[in-house]
Design a protein around this ligand. Structure first.
Ligand code: GLN
Length: 312
């Protein structure tokens, strides 16, 4: 199908109406704030690589970015240390493990891990230059804002909720340290990682963040270059391998677009050079991916004939 504006608009609207009454899944329960978000919220957006926005449902509601933040911190770390060093120090392989698994870190010790699971994401934060935690944090916040094209802010409420319950991630940070893949103070990296997950975005922001990737690193809304074009293929490869956690293979097989999910209920998928599709709905499946957002994003991609594995 040709990617014209009326086709995108129809695909977004239909995906929203087809799935708005779907049931199933549960809000993330291990972070108290996330458990309290209205489970009926649902929004679907698409943004073209030249910045045209299409939306349906609760696309202006601010939700916690969570794991999707890993993509933008990865982008910044790659930018700062270079692709090769990044791959060598953090890794670039699918883990086959849940996002918060200690297994790959505990068993393999110094084996690099994916930047899109909690372990690799904290290792990524530890690589971001900065003399203090505040310096790293400012850089991450600026990068998230540059990708979104507006100022992104921390939610103190989400952050407090996460910081007071993130014992599991603190344990992973120490395991990384003992295995040699933590490159700053482990508790500082865990703190900054927790903050990067606790910023608020809308489905529109998510679509703009994705459109900046689809547009080879230039935010189509601001015209600013937010990451080198040379790093985009590695980001997309990582999203394909690990973006949907243990469902990444299934997602690649069925949907065919690099994607990333977060336990706040957001999902982002990218068709390089063309379009980003974003969905938001809090209830998650057992892997940690939003039930409705997954279906809606997959449906938009299928309706528009988008897949990186099909010739366009
Ligand atoms: N902040 C969450 C955590 O570290 C993010 C996880 C996710 O979105 N998958 O557990």
């Amino acid at each position: 199908m040709r990617l014209d504006r009326s086709a995108i608009e129809a695909a977004v609207r239909t995906a929203y109406t087809d799935h708005r009454n779907d049931s199933g899944g549960k809000n993330a329960g291990y972070i108290p704030y996330l458990a309290s978000v209205n489970p009926d919220l649902f929004g679907v957006c698409a943004m073209t690589a030249d910045g045209a926005l299409f939306e349906a449902g609760d696309t202006g509601f601010e939700f916690a970015l969570e794991s999707i933040s890993k993509v933008f911190s990865m982008a910044w770390a790659m930018e700062k240390v270079g692709l090769e060093t990044f791959q060598e120090k953090v890794g670039a392989d699918p883990t086959g493990e849940p996002f918060n698994s200690v297994i790959s870190v505990a068993l393999h010790g110094d084996t690099p891990v994916s930047p899109l699971v909690n372990a690799g994401a904290m290792s990524t934060v530890s690589l971001i230059p900065g003399d203090t935690a505040e310096d790293k944090w400012e850089a991450i916040l600026q990068v998230q804002s540059a990708f979104a094209g507006r100022k992104i802010s921390l939610s103190d409420e989400v952050n407090d909720s996460e910081q007071s319950t993130n014992f599991h991630n603190r344990a992973i940070a120490w395991l990384l340290y003992s295995g040699g893949t933590m490159y700053s103070d482990p508790m500082e990296a865990c703190d900054v990682y927790t903050r990067q997950c606790s910023t608020l975005v809308t489905a529109r922001d998510l679509a703009a963040m994705g459109a900046s990737i689809a547009n080879r690193g230039i935010n189509p809304l601001t015209g600013d270059r937010v990451v080198s074009a040379a790093n985009i293929p590695a980001m997309l490869a990582e999203m394909t391998m690990e973006g949907m956690y243990t469902a990444s293979g299934d997602w690649a097989y069925r949907v065919g677009l690099p994607g990333k999910s977060g336990v706040g209920g957001g999902i982002l998928a990218i068709m390089p050079g063309k379009l980003a599709i974003a969905g938001f709905a809090p209830p998650l499946d057992e892997v940690g991916n939003s039930v409705k957002a997954q279906r809606a994003v997959a449906q938009v991609a299928a309706a528009l004939g988008l897949s990186i594995y099909k010739a366009s």
